[in-house]
Design a protein around this ligand. Structure first.
Ligand code: GDP
Ligand code: MN
Length: 436
């Protein structure tokens, strides 16, 4: 799960002592923002979105007065940042940046352990940094990295040439970044810029204001491990890959795989426009992709996507079938996948799907006008498809059943033709839920 910057700072930077700017979060101008900006004589207003390069999109604004801040809050909230609508803005204490470092921590498949990437050329996009100026250091897979190890890394990237005076506090700060990375169970934690900033401090002895340098994390890009010991959803709520709230059906589907780890039947999404009229019961990553692509090609409008595989038990297949079929507005259902190597067709289709249809009929919820096309191969396919065809027959369902002798790309075409013939279907692009 990807975190918004304000979530990362509030929950992770704070907890692990990663130095960061003071901030408030808002969705509209208010007194708290005005006071924050007035007290500090300015601020940085940033869009809370999950995409990067906000600076380039004009979604990071420096302001000097409460009025300017109010305008920036309003403007940013009304913006689309690379297509994404901000959920909030973060109003941050302005930093006097002296240098910008790049700092990232992640797991490397090469060393099969955590790595720390550092560069003195932060601020810009990581892809633009001169490869010679960016260094990746493998570290051992433990909860902590010693500040002296970080110190050596800072020497190697040239930090100490100019900022030797603060190498001790910089090492401790980055050691805390690592603690955060490990402790919060991140897959990736990126800080760009990790800035050397000028700060004013009151000298304890003389009472005078003195300037000194410090290190501060001015950004936070964090991906939490979805398989963390505490599911990220518990802390941050459900979050869809589409950057919108999940629909109830998507939430229900996820629960299927959480309740039972055998096979996969909970990977289910609904297109962003929430339109579509074809229920998609598709199997396997490749099979599902080919089927969906072909649907769009022939002018069918998928109402949902699923990717079922790994031989799920009948119970899971029963549950995902009910989720798929409960999407309102369906006119047809495509049950389609390649030739499974270990997913039992008698169990998934012959038992799971059949009992879902039987129960829906019993409950008076079965839509008998739906047109079904089935195309599937794999273990016990003959038995599975026979049970399904019998089920269609006993409920008066218009459905055709094929095994893998039918090319996979033919199934969407057959469904389209049946829909045109029997339901006056008009193939074409999906209209959005708003009717646009
Ligand atoms: P990103 O573009 O999405 O990575 O957003 P950032 O939060 O990293 O902000 C973009 C850029 O704005 C940074 O690279 C900084 O150069 C600049 N910036 C961010 N915060 C401050 C600040 O407090 N003071 C100044 N002067 N610049 C800032
Ligand atoms: Mn950044």
């Amino acid at each position: 799960m990807n975190l918004y910057e304000h979530e990362a700072v509030a929950n992770i930077y704070r907890k692990y002592g990663v130095p960061h700017a003071d901030f408030v979060v808002a969705t509209e101008p208010n007194d708290e923002v005005a006071r924050f900006v007035a007290d500090r004589g300015g601020a940085v207003v940033k869009a809370m979105v999950l995409v990067g390069k906000r600076g380039k999109a004009g979604a990071v604004k420096l302001v000097g007065t409460p009025d300017e801040a109010a305008k920036a809050v309003r403007d940013i909230m009304a913006m689309k940042v690379w297509g994404e609508t901000p959920v909030a803005v973060m109003v941050c204490e302005k930093a006097a940046i002296v240098a910008e470092l790049y700092c990232a921590m992640t797991f490397s498949t090469e060393t099969r352990g955590p790595v720390i990437t550092l560069s003195m050329q932060g601020g810009m996009d990581v892809e633009e940094i001169d490869p010679a100026a960016i260094k990746t250091f493998p570290v051992s897979a433990t909860a902590e990295v010693e500040p002296f190890e970080i110190r050596n890394m800072l020497v190697e990237i040239g930090f100490t040439k100019e900022y030797g005076a603060i190498v001790r506090q910089a090492s401790m700060a980055i050691a805390n970044v690592y603690k955060a990375f490990w402790g919060a169970e991140c897959r990736m934690l990126e800080i760009n810029p990790l800035a050397v900033v000028k700060v004013e401090k009151t000298d304890r002895k003389t009472g005078k204001t003195v300037e000194s340098l410090d290190l501060r994390a001015l950004d936070a890009v964090i991906t939490l491990d979805d398989d963390a010991s505490v599911a990220p959803q518990k802390t941050y709520g459900e979050r869809s890959a589409f950057r919108r709230d999940q629909t109830q059906r998507e939430v229900d589907a996820l629960q299927i795989d959480r309740d039972d780890h055998r096979g996969k039947a909970g990977s289910y999404v609904e297109p962003e426009d929430l339109g579509g009229d074809i229920g998609m019961m598709t199997f396997g990553g490749g099979g599902s992709a080919v089927t969906i692509e072909t649907c769009y090609d022939v002018g069918l409008r998928p109402a949902n996507f699923s990717d079922i595989g790994g031989n799920p038990p009948a119970e899971k297949m029963y549950r995902i079938s009910r989720v798929i079929l409960s999407k309102p507005g369906l006119v047809g259902v495509l049950v389609c996948g390649g030739t499974a190597s270990n997913t039992r067709i008698d169990v998934t289709l012959g038992e799971g799907l059949v009992s879902a249809i039987d129960d829906l009929a019993k409950e008076g919820k079965l839509d008998r006008d739906l047109i079904w096309v089935v195309r599937r191969g794999g273990p016990e396919v003959e038995k599975g498809l026979k049970l399904l065809a019998e089920c269609f027959k006993r409920h008066g369902i218009k459905g055709v059943v094929y095994d893998s002798s039918l090319p996979i790309t033919q199934a969407p075409l057959i469904l389209k033709d049946l829909l045109v013939e029997h339901r006056g279907y008009r193939p074409g692009k999906a209209a959005t839920a708003q009717g646009a």
